[in-house]
Structures are given as C-alpha cells and as structure tokens.
Design a protein around this ligand. Structure first.
Ligand SMILES: Nc1ncnc2c1ncn2[C@@H]1O[C@H](COP(=O)(O)OP(=O)(O)OP(=O)(O)O)[C@@H](O)[C@H]1O
Ligand SMILES: [Mg+2]
Length: 256
C-alpha cells in the first residue's frame, strides 16, 4: 500500500519513517491511548517543529523518535533499520549512534566539565580519550564556549548550558537532532541565541526535529507537524520552506 507523502523540504530518502505508530499506557483497568496511529516521513535537511496542545502526545512521540521509549505497535524505520521492537541494549546503541537529544532542562552531568559532558556520547561509543577530547574542544568552540571548556555546569548561564547540550547532541555526528522545548527554560535573549545556533546547524545540513511552543521557532522551520489527541492533525510547510526552496534553486543554478 502506498501512503500519501507529506510535503517536505528535505532531500533524498527519509531518515525517519513512522508507520501506524500507536502508544498506549495501562493504568489499572484503564488503557490510555496516547498516540493513535501516526505515519510520517522525515527527510535529510528538514527542520521540523512538532506542536499541539498540552497532553496531545508531543513528548511521547519525541521519546519514541529518540529511542528513549518504544511504540506499543507500528514500525519506526530509523536510517534504514526498524527500531520499533529492538531489545534495550540494541536500542541504546542505535540511539547513541544515530541520534542527538537536547532536553529542556539541559540534563548535563554536574560533576563533569563542559568538555567532559560533550565527551559522554563518544565515551559510550568506545572512542579513544585523545580523539574524544579533540572533537569535544572543537564542538565547544563551535557553540561559542572556547573560554569555558573546563567550567562545570553550575558555573554557566542557562543559555551556555543549553549550548553544551547542543554540542553534546552533535558529538557522534547523528542523523537527526531531537529536542523537547529546548528554549523553554531560557530568557528571551538566550533563547534567541539558541535559535540562531539551530538555524546555523540546519544551514550546515543537520536534520532537526523539535517539540516546541515557541512561535519564533515556527517562523524559522521548514515544516510544522501539529498533533491533536494523539493524531496527526496538520502537516504544513514552515515559514522557512519557501526560503529554502529559493536558496536551493539558486545553488543549483550556480553549479549548473
Ligand atoms: N508514562 C506514562 N504513563 C501514563 N500516561 C502517560 C505517561 N506518559 C505520558 N502519559 C500521558 O500521555 C498524554 C500525552 O503526554 P505527553 O507528555 O506526550 O504530552 P505533551 O503533548 O508533551 O504535553 P506538554 O505540552 O504538556 O508537554 C498525557 O495525557 C499524559 O498524561
Ligand atoms: Mg511535553
């Protein structure tokens, strides 16, 4: 059966394909059907915002996409592999190799320095210490923290901590970066800086899938997916989609 393709402004084959994803929780005698049959594709280079009213299932969906949880039924193809029903260890390995996750409350390890926090995903991949350090310093510098390499999270502002989290999410050069309310804890100026960092990542070709209530983010993304009561309510181009199309056409003209 061929499913209708959602509008998208990425390129190539999907990195993520969800097919009839359902997630239910059993609480005593009551079954709560949180995701009720979601199917969608996400393509390389897209900047996707997932929106919807509180309780509609956004975080549940993002946790599934992030391999932090698994669907009750349905298929999730991530980078060519169905990860919907893997055992815990294999799922963790897939998460570590293919995904970067940014949390609203940063989730940094307080005892570790900036570079050590960025090294954590590489450590779990078994990378050599000296290689990890070179990459961690480069990423910290990329997010504007070259002057804070050996500080602890408590010695950093919220915006700086979120930048460490962004660098950590980039550490294993993931297929996709996922974030749940990444600007939710930040004041408007720090939030703006983080939004600009995301714009830059997307310009470099990174695929971003973010849950957000932040209208500023919606103005910058290429696609908006709206959920309602666990259903896909709308799937529309974001404000940046047209801009992206024009930029690509110009590039193709230049290289023609
Ligand atoms: N572990 C769980 N057990 C039972 N119910 C859960 C569990 N996790 C989430 N839910 C329920 O699933 C529904 C969706 O929750 P979810 O956290 O995905 O919402 P959300 O769209 O992210 O909301 P918000 O915008 O407030 O963060 C809610 O009704 C919630 O109570
Ligand atoms: Mg949520």
């Amino acid at each position: 059966m061929s499913l209708p393709r959602a509008p998208h402004h990425g390129i190539g084959e999907p990195i993520i394909s969800l097919r009839d994803i359902r997630k239910s929780y059993q609480m005593g005698d009551i079954t709560s059907h949180v995701l009720q049959g979601l199917s969608l594709d996400i393509y390389p280079g897209e900047y996707v915002c997932i929106m919807g009213p509180s309780g509609c299932g956004k975080s549940t969906l993002l946790n599934l996409l992030g391999c932090l949880d698994q669907p009750t039924t349905g298929d999730y193809i991530l980078g060519g592999q169905n990860v919907a029903h893997l055992d815990d260890d294999t799922l963790s390995a897939e998460r570590c190799r293919k995904l970067g996750f940014i949390f609203q409350s940063y989730n940094l390890i307080q005892q570790l320095s900036v570079v050590e926090n960025i090294e954590v995903p590489m450590y779990y991949r078994g990378m050599k210490d000296s290689d990890m350090r070179v990459i961690a310093v480069r990423l910290a510098t990329q997010v504007g923290l070259s002057h804070r390499l050996y500080h602890r999270p408590t010695e950093l502002s919220g915006g700086q901590q979120q930048r460490v989290a962004i660098a950590r999410a980039l550490a294993n050069d993931p297929l996709v970066i996922l974030a749940d309310e990444a600007t939710g804890n930040l004041d408007s100026k720090s939030g703006q800086e983080i939004l600009e960092a995301f714009d830059e990542l997307n310009r470099q070709g990174k695929t971003l899938v973010f849950v957000t209530h932040d209208e500023r983010m919606v103005q910058r993304c290429t696609r908006v997916i709206r959920l309602r009561d666990g259903y896909l309510d709308k799937d529309e181009p974001g404000a940046a989609a047209e801009r992206r199309k024009t930029e690509r056409a110009e590039r193709e003209l230049q290289t023609a």
